[in-house]
Design a protein around this ligand. Structure first.
Ligand SMILES: *Cc1c(COP(=O)(O)O)cnc(C)c1O
Length: 397
C-alpha cells in the first residue's frame, strides 16, 4: 500500500480527501533514541498492534526490519499472520489470547503465543502442535497472566511437551505516573517479577527472555536491566499524554493527519450550521467543509472544542462532527478555498497541533486516537507529500 501510494503521490495524494502522512525518518530517529535510552543488552521489541497504532503495520514493521529491529509484538493472531504473510522477519509475539483451535496457524507462521494463564497453556499443549510460548505473569495488573505467587503453575508449563518457553513477561499498570504511590506500585510489580524469575532459575527452569517495560516503563525506569522492552506509543514519537516523565526521550512524531477543504460558504449573523443546528454564527462567518469525520477516527466528542490548522493558522472546528465531514470557521483565515489542506494533527508552517493536544481535547490518550484512525484514510510518505503551508492550494485547481 505504502509503496504504491508513494509512487502515485503526485496524483493520488493530491486528490485524497483525507490522509495520514508518515515520516519514516522520524521512526528511525525514535528507534535510535530508544536504543540509546535502554541499557546494553536490552533489545527494542516494537509493538505494532492495532495497525501499528494507526500508522500501518506492514510498512512500519518492514521499515523496522530494515533498521535491524527483529522483535515485534501484536495483540491478535490475525495481526501476526498478516505481518508474516507480508514478509516480516524475526520474532512475532502475540500478547493477547489465541484460541487453541488456531494452533496450526501459530505453528505454520512461526509465531510466539502468550500463555495467558495455566488453563490456556494446557489447552495450547493439547492442540498437538509444536508451539513457542511466552508466559505472562500477573504481578498486579490483574488482566492476563499466571499468578506470580503460584510459581508451581508456571513451572507446570515446562512439563507441556508441545510447548517451548522462550520468555516470561509482565506488564506495568502505573509506570506512566510519577506520583509516589504509583511509583511504589511499579516497584512492587518489578520486585514480584524478579522474584518469580529468580525462583524459576533456582528450580532449574530457563525463563528465556524476561521483559516487563512498555514505553513508560522504558522512559520512567530506564535503569532496569531486562532482555527487552515492548515499546509501542513512544516508537511513534508521542506520549500517551503530556504528563511529566523521568527522562526526556526526545522523540519525533511519525504521523500527521490531514484532510482537504471541499467547499467554502458565507453565513450571515444568526444563521446556523450542521446537524442539530449546533453552530450559530455570531458575526458574518466563513465556513469551510472539510472531508474528514468520525468514521475516519476523528471523535465526535471533538465537536465545538477542536482546532485545525489551515494556511498555517489555527481555526476552530464548529458544529457537530459528521461521519465523513466537519465544518471549520475560517472567518479569520484569509483566502481559504476548496482544495486547501487542513491539518488535524501535525505541523503547518509555524504552527503545530500535537497528537497529545488533540487527544486531550477529546478527553482521551493518544493511544486511543491513533489506534482508531480509520481504514478509509490513505497513508502516504511525508517525503512525497506536498503539504508545506501554501502548496495545498496548488491542488485546488
Ligand atoms: C500495548 C502493550 C504494550 C505497548 O504499550 P505502550 O504503552 O504503547 O508502549 C506493551 N505490552 C503489552 C502487554 C501491551 O498490551
Amino acid at each position: 500500500m505504502w509503496e504504491r501510494i508513494r509512487t502515485g503521490a503526485a496524483t493520488g495524494h493530491a486528490r485524497s480527501r483525507a490522509w495520514i502522512e508518515l515520516d519514516m525518518s522520524a521512526l528511525a530517529h525514535n528507534v535510535h533514541r530508544l536504543r540509546a535510552l535502554l541499557p546494553e543488552g536490552c533489545e527494542l521489541m516494537a509493538v505494532v498492534k492495532a495497525n501499528a497504532y494507526g500508522h500501518g503495520d506492514l510498512p512500519v514493521a518492514r521499515a523496522l526490519n530494515r533498521m535491524g529491529v527483529n522483535r515485534f509484538a501484536v495483540a491478535t493472531l490475525s495481526e501476526a499472520v498478516a505481518l508474516r504473510r507480508g514478509g516480516v522477519e524475526g520474532e512475532i509475539l502475540i500478547l493477547g489470547y489465541t484460541d487453541p483451535a488456531d494452533a496450526a496457524l501459530l505453528e505454520r507462521h512461526r509465531l510466539t503465543q502468550t500463555a495467558v494463564d495455566f488453563p490456556h497453556a494446557l489447552a495450547l499443549n493439547g492442540a498437538g502442535r509444536r508451539l513457542r510460548v511466552q508466559i505472562a505473569l500477573d504481578t498486579g495488573m490483574h488482566r492476563l497472566g499466571f499468578d506470580c505467587a503460584h510459581i508451581s503453575e508456571v513451572e507446570g508449563v515446562y512439563a507441556c511437551r508441545n510447548l517451548t518457553v522462550t520468555g516470561v513477561f509482565s506488564h506495568l499498570c502505573a509506570s506512566d505516573s510519577l506520583e509516589s504511590e504509583d511509583v511504589a506500585f511499579t516497584q512492587l510489580q518489578i520486585q514480584r517479577f524478579e522474584r518469580a524469575v529468580k525462583q524459576l532459575r533456582a528450580d532449574g527452569f530457563d525463563p528465556g527472555r524476561c521483559h516487563i517495560q512498555a514505553s513508560y516503563g522504558a522512559i520512567n525506569c530506564p535503569e532496569l536491566r531486562f532482555d527487552c522492552a515492548r515499546v509501542g506509543i513512544a516508537l511513534y514519537g508521542v506520549g500517551s499524554d503530556d504528563r511529566p516523565t523521568r527522562t526526556e526521550a526526545q522523540l519525533r512524531p511519525v504521523l500527521a493527519l490531514r484532510a482537504r477543504v471541499t467547499s467554502v460558504r458565507r453565513l450571515a449573523t444568526g444563521e446556523t450550521a450542521g446537524y442539530g443546528r449546533a453552530f450559530e454564527a455570531q458575526r458574518p462567518t466563513t465556513l469551510a467543509a472539510v472531508a474528514i469525520g468520525y468514521a475516519d477516527g476523528v471523535p465526535r466528542a471533538l465537536s465545538g472544542r477542536g482546532e485545525v490548522l489551515i494556511r498555517g493558522r489555527r481555526a476552530p472546528i464548529v458544529g457537530r462532527i459528521c461521519m465523513d465531514q466537519m465544518l471549520v470557521d475560517v472567518t479569520d483565515v484569509a483566502g481559504v478555498r476548496a482544495g486547501d489542506v487542513v491539518t488535524l494533527i501535525g505541523r503547518d508552517g509555524g504552527e503545530a497541533i500535537r497528537c497529545e493536544e488533540f487527544a486531550e481535547r477529546c478527553g482521551t490518550i493518544t493511544n486511543e486516537i491513533l489506534s482508531r484512525l480509520g481504514a478509509r484514510l490513505e497513508r502516504v510518505d511525508a517525503g512525497a507529500a506536498c503539504h508545506s503551508d501554501r502548496t495545498g492550494t496548488d491542488a485546488a485547481v
